[in-house]
Design a protein around this ligand. Sequence first.
Ligand code: FES
Ligand code: FES
Length: 158
Amino acid sequence: MTGTINLKLDINGRSRELAVEPRVTLLDALREHLDLTGTKKGCDQGQCGACTVHVDGKRVLACLTLAAQVEGRAITTIEGLADGDGGLHPVQSAFLEHDAFQCGYCTPGQIMSAVACIREGHTKSDNEIREYMSGNLCRCGAYSHIVAAVREAAEAAS
Ligand code: FES
Ligand code: FES
C-alpha cells in the first residue's frame, strides 16, 4: 500500500488541500478528491483533450499530469473560467450561440483549449483554429460549429 502525500493546490484562485497517493493525476485529483467534475475523463491517455485545463495560463492535459507536479502553480478549470458573478465567459457564450456541442462531453476541454488558442493568437484563419484545436476530439463531429464559435470569440476579443 502506497503512502499519501499532502498537497496544496491553487485551483481557480483558491487554495485546496488534499492527501493523495503520489501517482494520482491532476485529473483524478480534480474529479475524485475535489469534486470538480467539469473536467472530463475521455481516454485517460492524452489523446482526446477532454481533460484540458490551464496551468499558469497554458493548456495542459490533466490526465498526463501528476497532481504533485503542479503544486504552487495556478490551475484553472472550466469551473473557474467565468467571472464568478454568474455570467459566462465570452467563449462559453460563443459555444452556446453557435450550437458548438451535441452531447457536451468534449465541451469543457474544447472551451479551455479555445481560450488558450485565442490567447496564443492562433485564430487567424479557420485552418489555424482547426490546427491548434486538433488535440480536442469531438465524437459528435461538431467541429464546424466549434470553429465558428472560436472565430467569433476571437474576433470579439481582438
Ligand atoms: S482524458 Fe486526457 S486526453 Fe483524453
Ligand atoms: S459534443 Fe459530443 S463529443 Fe463533442
